[in-house]
Design a protein around this ligand. Sequence first.
Ligand SMILES: Cc1cc2nc3c(=O)[nH]c(=O)nc-3n(C[C@H](O)[C@H](O)[C@H](O)COP(=O)(O)OP(=O)(O)OC[C@H]3O[C@@H](n4cnc5c(N)ncnc54)[C@H](O)[C@@H]3O)c2cc1C
Length: 386
Amino acid sequence: MDFSFTHEQELIRASLREFCEKEVTRERVREWDENLNFPPQELWDKMAELGFFAFSVPPEYGGEGADMVTAMVAFEEISKASTALALAVGATVGFGARMLELGSEELKGNVFPQLAKGKVKFSLGLTEPAGGTDILGAISTYAVKDGDDYVINGQKIYITGAHVADYINTVVITDRENPKRSRALSTFMVPTSAPGLDIRLIPKVGVHACGACEVFYDNVRVPAGNLLGTLNNGWYELLNTLNPERIGVAMISLGLAEAVFEDCLSYVKERHAFGKPIGQFQIIQHYLADMAMGIELARNLIYKCAWLCDNGYPYHVEATMAKLYAADVALKAATTGMEIFAGYGYTMECDMQRYWRDSQQMVFSPISQEMSKNFLAQCYGLPKSF
Ligand SMILES: Cc1cc2nc3c(=O)[nH]c(=O)nc-3n(C[C@H](O)[C@H](O)[C@H](O)COP(=O)(O)OP(=O)(O)OC[C@H]3O[C@@H](n4cnc5c(N)ncnc54)[C@H](O)[C@@H]3O)c2cc1C
């Protein structure tokens, strides 16, 4: 067994870390959070110069086609610097690049080179107001063929980054006659400039700099050539993106926990009570030890998933565990961080409250902790409980 990273991966880590220290500073992250500012295009351009977006683009379309471990090394540094930035770029890389691989040669030839340059942004439009866990039961947005186009009507909700996206990969019903929803869905790459599309930002508790939106489709027309994958097979094709997405969200959670740990470690050395640094009290030391252990375990699980993926092994069980566990580690770390920082942690000038707010999102999205456990139990042969 070899747990080490390659020389190239270490170089990528070092260059992303240096980039984040310079460009994704605490001050900037705080300002984005306070003003609900999506990370600016200028930052996407600089990340593209570093080759970040090219990792997810196949070499034949001007990318690097990096393996999952390498992509995760880069993503860990981004996630540590800013949860919002990680989610923002993660949506484009995770949903955009992965689903575009299912598109026509023309779509891939047009969009992949732009994606590698950081010039296009993607969202995934799956969840609907009737529910996110039971997607197949809740979905009602549909598309009907009309000449060379499909016409979409319906509504999506909580769509990350839709307000700034160039495209929303929208999952719709394309066979309304089929009672088996899993065989009736398709995904279309919908340009946000399409007439009939209305996008509204939803005020939310955390990850302010990466907004989530309601999206209304009123006779939105998309060329049939914007279909990603095979007509009516969208559900099964979507499932292929879920495991990488779970690893990505696990990494965002891990980055958050690592940032919490670093802040806590510094603070307990500086803050005094009863004439000593609070880091001298055993209970505070135990808090830090627990956090460090959770981080180490989550990190090992995430990189193991990435390794399994790169080496062609199944990893659906591990990817679900990684999302579940890392989200829990982040939530617990941020909650403990609030205890350690106490009064100061509760003020808006302290980053701990942001970590704490941000950590809540990974608990239920993209899959809730409860549903993750349902899935794991079923993987071990237990009957479906719902
Ligand atoms: C900020 C944010 C960003 C998001 N980004 C996106 C995005 O980019 N694209 C997108 O398509 N969606 C997105 N989502 C949607 C997200 O994936 C859903 O919120 C999530 O799947 C949960 O769905 P729900 O909120 O409707 O909860 P519900 O489905 O209503 O679930 C409510 C509760 O019931 C529990 N529950 C439901 N069924 C079961 C069961 N069988 N057994 C046990 N417990 C159960 C759940 O675990 C949960 O605790 C986002 C959501 C938010 C809030």
